[in-house]
Design a binder for this molecule. Sequence first.
Ligand SMILES: *[C@@H]1O[C@H](CO)[C@@H](O)[C@H](O)[C@H]1NC(C)=O
Ligand SMILES: *[C@@H]1O[C@H](CO)[C@@H](O)[C@H](O)[C@H]1NC(C)=O
Ligand SMILES: *[C@@H]1O[C@H](CO)[C@@H](O)[C@H](O)[C@H]1NC(C)=O
Ligand SMILES: *[C@@H]1O[C@H](CO)[C@@H](O)[C@H](O)[C@H]1NC(C)=O
Ligand SMILES: *[C@@H]1O[C@H](CO)[C@@H](O)[C@H](O)[C@H]1NC(C)=O
Ligand SMILES: *[C@@H]1O[C@H](CO)[C@@H](O)[C@H](O)[C@H]1NC(C)=O
Length: 618
Amino acid sequence: MFARLHVFLALVHIAVAEQPEAPAPISAPIRDIPWGQLNFLHTTDTHGWHGGHLQEAQYAADWGDYISFAQHLHKRADEDGSDLLLIDTGDRVEGNGLYDASNPKGKYTVDILPQQHIDVITSGNHELYQHNTSEREFEKVVSGFKDSYIASNLDIYNPKSGKLEPLARRYRKFTTKNQGIRVIAFGFLFNFQGNANNSVVQKVEDTVKEQWFKDAIEDHDVDLFLVAGHVPVRDTEEFDLIYKTIRAAQWDTPIVFFGGHTHIRDYRKWEKRAYGLESGRYMETLGFLSISGLSSGKKYAISPEASLTYQRRYIDNNLYSLHYHSGKNSSNFQTALGRNVSKTIHEARKHLKLDHTFGCAPQDYWLNRAPYPSNASMLTWLEKEVLPDTFNDAKVPSIVITNTGAMRFDIFKGPFTIDTTFLVSPFTSSFRKLKDVPYKAASQLLSLLNNEGRIMLNELAALGLGDEPFGEHRLHDLLPPLPPVGKQSIRSSAQDFAPPLTSQHQTPLSDNKDRPLIPGYTTIDDAGDDGDDTIHQTIQFYHVPNCIAANINISKNPAETPETVDLVYNEFMQDWVILALRFLGEVRGKDDTVSVLDGKSMTDVISQWVAKYWKCKD
Ligand SMILES: *[C@@H]1O[C@H](CO)[C@@H](O)[C@H](O)[C@H]1NC(C)=O
Ligand SMILES: *[C@@H]1O[C@H](CO)[C@@H](O)[C@H](O)[C@H]1NC(C)=O
Ligand SMILES: *[C@@H]1O[C@H](CO)[C@@H](O)[C@H](O)[C@H]1NC(C)=O
Ligand SMILES: *[C@@H]1O[C@H](CO)[C@@H](O)[C@H](O)[C@H]1NC(C)=O
Ligand SMILES: *[C@@H]1O[C@H](CO)[C@@H](O)[C@H](O)[C@H]1NC(C)=O
Ligand SMILES: *[C@@H]1O[C@H](CO)[C@@H](O)[C@H](O)[C@H]1NC(C)=O
């Protein structure tokens, strides 16, 4: 057992795994993983980042390194008689060139992912937006994870038979290798309705009434219920209902939840026999959780008298952390399989020319780590430079609006590559235009779309002004991803829209007072503020508006405002634009809209602008 001390390692790192172009991690004070009787590694919302972060040393390890890491921890479990299980809770697709740049999308990741042995894996909403993504999931990915893919509330029309059937098995019962712990595992998706029509997400309230579910939770030959799901662990009607339903059947069997979707690190206590872990996003975090004191078919190898304890740690996905937690170093960390997978990723990236450079960013541009408006804000850059330059051919006065949710990630100083375009704005939606909209209405649109943010839009939708019902998660998608911070700040964000979003503090280590710490996650969750493995300096996050707009060919002089303008917007927000215009007294329909820029997406617009203006100095 490692002592649970805050250890400072000052080793100089020599990178010999991860992607060759990845930066070497920086040494930092680190907390041990709280190894126990039954241990878990959890990934979620990886969105194609299986090659790691090539511009951020803190998250630069890749899927091959994760495989090596898991193999070392499996060995540790075999040696001390404990167990290790791996979990993934969906949204593996969309958001990184390694997935998005191939044709068909996911051509390489479909073989890379199953090289990792995962014990319980589920689908997220992103696996279901496109007809062909979910079909590929059904035909290729489910078979790559034969026993472990679970779809408790998700069905698909089988492309061969046309019949509606479960995407994968409804649940799984198994016994752990060394401890003989009997586990019943479920795999859920939140009550998502924005999927393509070839899949059907059952409401969780309906699923828990199904006979198979009732039978599964009535099974008394079980030591642990494991509920994995693409569902947030906090403020979640879906997990709360599952918790209550299991508890009504079995009052004291331990339960563990693994969740996702909101891209945060979080750990929630339902009660002392039920906890849940959420493990961030984009391969930044490997979530670790252990449970000790579980009953099992066999004798405890760890501690026979242990009372039930749950512990968690959020591992920063870099080689420094992975070497540290596996007790390995640069010469003995990589396993044969891990090395193979890192190599496969490297070759895929080369095929896809992901390192092809459009230009070089002169500075960092932040999505929500800089205030808006400001020079370091990516949104200010879009609004003041990219959009005006792109649409300045407009002969008529125009207002160009985009939802900030069209942007996914920051731009770092340095090469702006094909890969960067997929990270920054992976969406394919094009721009559309409504002609001759009275300036009075058009000029109020932005403030309406932004006014009181989410609440206002929700109320509009509730008034039924739209042509079609809006799923709540369409609304979620209009906004940029929530800053990846824990419960305290998310809570305050709901009540208080003034920046900065968070000012979480952390306790500096007394023995490291004068050493500057690396900026990163400083999570506060139900177990306190010691969850992060690496001890970071807090990052400030700022609120950003739902939408930004650029005025083109419109005089700043109020006396010279035009009668009408062309209203250009990102197609993704069309329903909202039409809805808000109606609210402003301008009735327009989809048929009144036309395509602009020959169907170019935001991604195309940005990469063309970068190629034109951001020269690289050699
Ligand atoms: C789905 O179809 C689109 C459009 O043809 C294509 O770009 C994409 O690669 C396809 N995705 C998959 C997973 O086949
Ligand atoms: C899905 O929608 C398409 C066209 O919008 C339609 O042709 C198809 O029959 C629908 N499929 C199902 C299963 O409802
Ligand atoms: C790594 O650890 C092994 C075994 O402890 C040791 O023999 C080797 O010298 C170490 N290599 C480096 C680069 O530290
Ligand atoms: C790694 O790949 C090579 C060739 O691609 C293969 O011969 C070898 O068996 C693989 N090793 C593992 C552990 O998968
Ligand atoms: C921001 O940009 C404006 C306009 O280019 C400039 O005047 C100002 O000095 C810049 N501020 C900073 C902090 O760079
Ligand atoms: C709008 O464009 C026209 C034609 O290019 C030009 O004459 C006019 O000065 C522009 N007006 C503004 C306010 O930019």
